[in-house]
Design a binder for this molecule. Sequence first.
Ligand code: C6P
Length: 416
Amino acid sequence: MKSDYSTPLDVDAIRADFPILHQEVRPGVPLVYLDNAASSQKPLAVIETISDYYSRYNANVHRGIHKLSEAATDAYESARRRIQAFINAASFREIIFTRNTTESINLVAQSWGRSNLEPGDLIVSTEMEHHSNIVPWQMLAGQTGAVLKFVPIAEGGILDLDVYHQLLEEGPKLVTFTEMSNVMGTIPPAREMIEAAHAVGAVVHVDGAQSVPHMPVDVQALDADFLSFSSHKMCGPTGVGVLYGKREILEAMPPFLGGGDMIKRVELGQSQWNDLPYKFEAGTPAIGEVIGLGAAVDYLGAIGMDKVHQHEQAVTKYALDRLSEVGGVRVLGPEDVSIKGGAVAMVLDCAHPHDVAQVLDHHGIATRAGHHCAMPLHQHCNVVASTRASFYLYNTFEEVDRLIDGLYKVKELFAR
Ligand code: C6P
């Protein structure tokens, strides 16, 4: 490794917290996990917190007047408050637990969208989005007669902000975009985009699935109206996601799902909705998972999200520099790590992305191949698929070297 790539993290100490990383995928072949944009690994603190919940105080929340239920409710609500602090939301009432980013976005589309949009109203998204930030809006447009338009991707894998501003002149009701592309890693100027959207009266949803796990996100500084993210990409368990929403907007929205816990009073003819955030949490929630996510934000918060981001920038810069040595590798998106997170999607001249990932897997390196649920983005790049390496706080420069060695093996096999 060259000496000018420095990290603020003690990565050896961090790696010691993640039991899964210390394995060989085959005898003599240690695991290199570079599929973090799909799902991250979990530290012992999270695994033990979940195990402790099931071992000592598993019970339903908000219901029982017994010791276990009270302990579960306290832990569940304490997690909500720590997640509130993690993204600097103004109130715990603005933190709604869902299943994942996808469900959070569908909640906004179906609850806010169906009650606020009329035929002809404009929704603005971008070509850079994960399908989760495209399809729910297509469905909403079909249901309401609203029109969906997309900001194109410009040269270098950034958003075409000229077109964005032109679209804003058309007076959209809603603007939605990702704070970090899951394929190209692009970090758009979210704060400026939100300010410009608010200036024309639009409500803004930000897809934080890739940003919240990897960099500091302060919803009050960002001024987003909604922010969606998933626990499983940020050291927490699967099965829980978060929708942040500004309180006054959430107050005015109808429930998404009906059932237990989201009501104050039910009569056969009508019901009265519960207060926020419970109005949007129908049925028994993912209690153990929410408590586990609480442990995950404690873990990341103690390390510091600014340091996590700096570490990933250093590893990504090293990866980009080393990739440029390999030859025949096209990296999708920006190469400037000041506007790029740790997602590095690439296409090799000599081999199909799936073959690349398969050879890498043979050498113990876990990457993802395919369209990464971003088909329009790949269409823009004129490719059907890519191989993606994505980094997190526990990845090392030596692991990048292993990736590069793996790519040379791919070239040996496929280049003629
Ligand atoms: N991207 C990836 O490999 P869920 O599945 O609901 O937790 O997250 C959906 C989602 C939404 N937006 C962005 C920007 C995302 O990256 C993802 C998930 C994974 O890239 C799985 S497809």
